[in-house]
Design a protein around this ligand. Structure first.
Ligand SMILES: *[C@@H]1O[C@H](CO)[C@@H](O)[C@H](O)[C@H]1NC(C)=O
Ligand SMILES: *[C@@H]1O[C@H](CO)[C@@H](O)[C@H](O)[C@H]1NC(C)=O
Ligand SMILES: *[C@@H]1O[C@H](CO)[C@@H](O)[C@H](O)[C@H]1NC(C)=O
Ligand SMILES: *[C@@H]1O[C@H](CO)[C@@H](O)[C@H](O)[C@H]1NC(C)=O
Ligand SMILES: *[C@@H]1O[C@H](CO)[C@@H](O)[C@H](O)[C@H]1NC(C)=O
Ligand SMILES: *[C@@H]1O[C@H](CO)[C@@H](O)[C@H](O)[C@H]1NC(C)=O
Ligand SMILES: *[C@@H]1O[C@H](CO)[C@@H](O)[C@H](O)[C@H]1NC(C)=O
Length: 570
């Protein structure tokens, strides 16, 4: 079809749409020309930076409702008029948003650049106040479960069906292949699609997925809860100094000193933050030298250890030891778990709304619920209530991906090892569970931990080749055995590396000579010390109980060193 006729075809009457369970309210369509955008690879998660110049596409917005639910959902599709590659690529959301927000706009510009027809949905959620969730409560005490369900799952299947239908109407044929790309909330959406709508997409890039949703959101609040139980709010410089000490102590564990910790579990087992208590450090927040407090060590320790019950039982997994807890480092510009504000000399926690809003709006169901003085018992009880009420709706932790496998789907997940919001650990646990339930997981789903990378993006080793590799896997059957990444090392020299499908790890071949060359690295099976054990969950729990017996984890009566942590020279 000639270019001019695509322009003529871009009108609402071209698109006849019917969707089971939905009533279409309106379809808007208009040609957009001269669309220009520069998009960084980090904002595309799995694809390289691009510069889109003077693009033309048909912008189709479909508004629909699920009759009886009184919702109104907007999907926005961009259909290229002159360079369609025959394929479909849907974009996910972030934070508490389903999509149709600044990052999905960036992703869609990237998709248009590469010739994809692309789409995103707002799931019918009102986001007048950025990460706020004004849609959560119909009235005090009454959660809008239909909207939560739209965010969790329903809108995703709708999106796939609407996108495919618009493409067929516009180009006269369905897409040859359909893809999903998202990180965080968008990663969770990708996994929900594989779990619940296994035929919707052929290829899914689901990065740093916010699966185990209810536990993850409590985990985000946990460091603040610990500070409040202690009644002490450490300066960010103290936490930053602890993180920096851990990184510098453990950087070389993989045989290469490059500012990146590859062996985070070994590091955690051999690093005791309480050893640093009393060490005097220069503090950016006070402009003086101050000693690292015991509270700072306790907050770091709790952020790495994850949520524990009042009796010391581990309830959830913590962050890696190199995670940026304050957003002063690699996660600058994001929302961290242990930021404080000491502007008037009296430090207070900087609340991360992702966790607190979940607890307030969805679990206590009261937007005025005060989270300032929760006891450990109250916190643990809310944690359990959240699991009971919401895991089946939005937990997104079903490991049975057999239907997705049977449908021929392929999926890739990357997760920043230094993710400061969503623990790498939970991805290891999920992937291990999938491999226990479905045979041959590596044949359709591969998981790439990315050493040094924070949450979704952040300059270190962004895996921008993964999307093309997913396409090659779907379309040509070529599974990704590794993926190239690069970053600027401590001395400014560009380091070319590879990331590997878990549980394999990138190992430096020292006889090859140059750690800056990707060809001097290979993906090898984990050595015994790094091997993730299949019984890890149980072992961690046992270890915790043992420790708890000796001296129970009390936040008002801190012990100088934890019974579980060994001292060892590295
Ligand atoms: C938009 O692009 C067309 C060519 O597609 C060009 O003729 C026109 O001048 C451009 N308009 C603007 C405002 O840049
Ligand atoms: C984009 O359009 C502008 C305005 O029409 C023009 O000045 C510019 O050269 C165009 N860029 C490309 C890459 O075509
Ligand atoms: C596409 O159309 C919708 C509805 O009119 C509008 O809100 C949106 O901003 C448009 N997108 C672009 C890129 O212009
Ligand atoms: C440090 O964390 C470990 C593991 O999470 C925990 O067992 C221990 O009680 C903590 N130590 C202190 C003093 O809080
Ligand atoms: C919570 O505790 C703080 C002191 O830690 C106190 O100032 C405040 O009044 C308490 N708030 C409530 C609602 O109890
Ligand atoms: C599939 O393989 C062909 C032939 O090698 C190649 O031209 C094409 O780019 C590949 N497609 C993808 C998506 O990698
Ligand atoms: C390591 O590098 C050397 C020199 O380039 C090469 O001969 C050798 O095959 C490599 N070893 C492995 C295991 O890749």
């Amino acid at each position: 079809m000639a270019l001019s006729s695509f322009f003529e075809t871009c009108t609402p009457s071209t698109f006849s749409l019917s969707l089971f369970g939905a009533e279409i309210i309106s379809i808007q369509a208009s040609v957009i020309t001269n669309y220009t955008a520069d998009v960084d690879g980090g904002d595309r998660f799995t694809a390289p930076s691009i510069s889109l110049q003077n693009a033309s596409f048909c912008n189709v917005t479909v508004t629909y409702t699920h009759p009886g639910y009184e919702d109104g959902i907007n999907t926005e599709a961009w259909l290229p008029v002159d360079n369609w590659n025959g394929r479909f690529l849907a974009h996910g959301g972030g934070g508490h948003r389903a999509g149709r927000f600044p990052l999905s706009t960036q992703g869609m510009a990237g998709a248009i650049h590469d010739g994809f027809a692309t789409i995103t949905t707002d799931a019918g959620l009102d986001f007048s106040q950025e990460v706020m969730v004004p849609w959560a409560l119909l009235s005090p005490g009454n959660v809008n479960l239909h909207k939560l369900q739209n965010l969790a799952s329903t809108s995703l299947n709708d999106l796939a069906a609407i996108g495919k239908s618009l493409i067929k109407s516009f180009y006269g044929r369905p897409p040859s292949y359909s893809y999903w790309n998202g990180c965080s909330q968008g990663g969770r959406q990708g996994l929900m699609l594989a779990q619940r709508y296994p035929t919707a997409f052929d290829g899914i890039a689901a990065a740093a997925p916010a699966i185990y949703w209810t536990e993850t959101l409590f985990n985000i609040f946990w460091p603040e809860q610990v500070m409040r139980m202690l009644g002490e709010y450490p300066h960010m410089c103290e936490l930053d100094a602890i993180t920096a000490a851990a990184i510098s102590k453990c950087d070389g564990l993989d045989g290469v000193t490059d500012g990146i910790v590859a062996e985070v579990d070994e590091c955690r087992a051999n690093f005791n933050p309480f050893d640093l208590v009393g060490t005097v450090i220069p503090c950016a927040q006070t402009h003086t030298n101050i000693p690292i407090s015991r509270a700072a060590a306790a907050v770091a320790n709790a952020s790495w250890g994850g949520i524990v019950s009042p009796t010391g039982e581990q309830l959830w997994y913590g962050l890696s030891i190199d995670a940026d807890l304050t957003c002063n480092g690699r996660s600058a510009g994001q929302l961290c778990v242990a930021s404080t504000n000491c502007a008037d000399g009296n430090c207070v926690p900087v609340r991360n709304p992702l966790g607190s809003q979940w607890i307030q709006h969805f679990v206590s169901k009261d937007s005025n619920f005060n989270l300032d003085n929760l006891t450990h018992e109250q916190f643990a009880s809310l944690f359990r209530a959240s699991q009971q009420q919401y895991t089946s709706i939005i937990g997104t932790s079903d490991p049975d991906l057999s239907e997705f496998k049977k449908a021929g789907g392929k999926m890739l997940t990357y997760h920043g090892v230094a993710d400061g919001i969503i623990p790498l650990k939970h991805m290891e646990v999920y992937y291990r569970k999938v491999s226990e339930v479905v045979d041959g997981v590596q044949d359709f789903y591969r998981f790439f931990p990315v050493p040094g990378l924070g949450h979704c993006m952040g300059g270190y080793q962004q895996p921008t080749s993964l999307f093309a590799q997913l396409q090659a896997w779907v379309e040509n059957g070529t599974a990704p055995e590794s993926s190239p990444v690069s970053f600027s090392g401590p001395d400014g020299v560009v380091q070319n590396r590879i990331i590997c499908p878990w549980p394999r790890k990138a190992r430096f071949n020292s006889s090859c000579g140059d750690a800056a060359k990707a060809e001097c690295w290979a993906c090898l099976a984990p050595s015994n010390h790094g091997e993730p054990s299949l019984d890890e969950v149980r072992e961690v729990k046992k270890g915790f109980k043992k420790g708890a017996k000796k001296g129970k984890a009390s936040y008002s009566n801190l012990h100088p060193s934890s019974p579980g942590i060994q001292h060892q020279e590295l």
